[in-house]
Design a protein around this ligand. Structure first.
Ligand code: SF4
Ligand code: SF4
Length: 487
């Protein structure tokens, strides 16, 4: 008997080609669902929100002259504190390194399991999920919410909606509030906010983030993922046929039909799939996608349709996994009787993992070897040199010394490259060995004017000059080069 043709998902999607270019938004009422992936999402939600809201309150003892907040962006002093790491403005490349690592981790996730970031970890997904949970808790599940939106507004429903928006605003407000705590001492700022003594900027940022969280998670929801976010487009260009995606196994599900109809077909020896067309996978979807039409841009790969379908399969006594992490290639392979191919470890994933390991190793090594002393020198632009009354030539420089230690340090500055060079420092001292001495407070920088004089007037028009800074307490050195200019 000839096989009945399978209804290919792309075929179903192709019928959308005649759809108009603009369609008004359809309100989505995702239904509650229980299952493995829903549980994973709850756990991820609790961990990520817990980290975001409470991390500013974690303390980290750095000694007497440094803040004790584990993660702090100290804009006033130009410092970023991350537990035992302190990043200075001139070390912003560490932030670049972290961003590169984050992008590579995203690529690796994508190569292994598609949009796993979108479905489980993206802040838009996490906060929208939380807002949906509040909505469901107050207004009821899908059918209740649909009925309430369609019927005339009663006092009870108005009260429920009012309570929902109040709780949403509270969550949004706390989201903005937590954000500003990363930029100041958290307990102090909480006290100042509560007593209306905080800076206006803090209230402004809380207002902005309250508004954006409330709008994006409460109203725009799936539209952010579908229309505003660039990642689905980039992700589509980066993925390959081996990446696991939430896939409707149409080789097993089609031809779809009711339980009874498919039982009759099976008894007659006709092909009948496991999909009973109950629409549960669509009802639970937070973006309103019918995964049976194949991979779509709107699908954030949250896995909830897998839970919904597994529950249905359990009820009708069929094996779970009609919707599962799979690949289109394997669906086709099964249909054609070829063996499935699963390649999680492949050149693409190894390449991303290798680059992550390399960038991580470079960052750790450079962090371990970073110096707590820093020197920069800038030659005066005008005049390049001055001839003194005794005939000697003098050049002026501006030096910047950074002391990354948490105690005050004294440094000696010397120059090499010019045989009869004499060094002076404006507002500082020169010791008996002719070294310019500077004192820099804990975790501070100092800028000073330095004058280098060629007493023998032997320098050529441009002579290489080496500035050497020595920490007088432990002998640590920092060096940098410039030029000595002469006629
Ligand atoms: S939940 Fe499963 S059985 Fe129901 S329509 Fe979706 S794929 Fe078919
Ligand atoms: S189709 Fe499934 S995986 Fe995709 S967004 Fe909807 S529920 Fe999530």
């Amino acid at each position: 008997m000839a096989d009945a043709p399978l209804s290919h998902p792309l075929g179903a999607a192709a019928s959308d080609e005649d759809a108009p270019l603009y369609a008004p938004r359809k309100q989505i009422y995702p239904q509650a669902v229980k299952g493995r992936y829903r549980t994973i999402k709850w756990v991820v939600l609790a961990i990520t929100l817990g980290i975001y809201y409470f991390l500013p309150f974690i303390r980290w003892d750095r000694g007497p002259n440094a803040p004790d907040q584990a993660i702090l962006v100290d804009l006033a002093n130009g410092r970023f504190y991350f537990f035992f790491i302190e990043i200075w403005p001139q070390e912003v490349y560490y932030i670049t390194g972290l961003l590169v690592l984050a992008a590579l981790a995203l690529f690796l996730m994508n190569a292994v399991a598609g949009r796993v970031w979108c479905g489980y970890l993206c802040p838009q997904t996490v906060w929208t999920d939380l807002f949906y949970a509040v909505e469901r808790w107050i207004e009821g599940d899908r059918r209740d919410r649909m009925r309430k939106d369609q019927q005339k507004l009663t006092l009870k429903v108005a009260g429920q909606k009012g309570l929902k928006h109040f709780i949403w605003l509270m969550i949004a407000w706390w989201t903005g509030g937590a954000w500003v705590l990363y930029f100041a001492d958290a307990p102090t700022l909480v006290y100042e906010l509560a007593t209306l003594q905080a800076p206006l900027l803090a209230y402004t940022w809380i207002g902005i983030l309250t508004f954006t969280t409330y709008t994006l998670a409460g109203f725009m929801r799936e539209q952010v993922c579908t229309y505003m976010c660039p990642w689905p487009r980039i992700q589509a260009a980066l993925t390959d046929e081996y990446a696991l995606n939430v896939t409707y196994r149409y080789d097993r599900g089609e031809p779809r039909g009711s339980v009874k109809k498919n039982e009759v077909l099976k008894l007659q020896g006709l092909p009948a799939g496991d999909c009973i067309d109950c629409n549960q996978c669509v009802n639970v979807c937070p973006t309103g996608v019918d995964i049976r039409k194949g991979l779509q841009l709107d699908c954030i790969q949250c896995g909830l349709c897998m839970d919904a379908c597994d529950t249905v399969m359990d009820k009708i006594g069929r094996p779970q996994g009609l919707i599962a992490y799979d690949t289109e290639m394997n669906v086709k392979a099964r249909m054609e009787g070829r063996p499935e191919v699963r390649h999680i470890v492949r050149s693409r994933t190894l390449f991303y993992a290798g680059i992550i390991a390399l960038v991580g190793a470079i960052m750790i090594t450079s962090l371990a070897m970073r110096q707590n002393i820093y020197l920069s020198v800038m030659h005066d632009r005008n005049p390049l040199f001055v001839r003194l009354s005794d005939g000697s030539i003098r050049n002026g420089f501006t030096i910047r010394v950074a002391n990354k230690h948490l105690d005050e340090r004294r440094y000696a500055l010397t120059v090499e490259g010019l045989a009869d060079a004499k060094i002076d420092i404006i507002g500082g001292e020169v010791d008996q060995q002719g070294r310019a001495i500077v004192t820099v407070g804990p975790d501070q920088t100092l800028e000073a004017r330095v004058l280098v004089t060629d007493t023998a007037s032997a320098a050529s028009s441009s002579t290489d000059l080496q500035f050497i800074l020595t920490d007088l307490s432990n002998g640590d050195k920092a060096a940098t080069s410039d030029h000595f200019k002469a006629p």
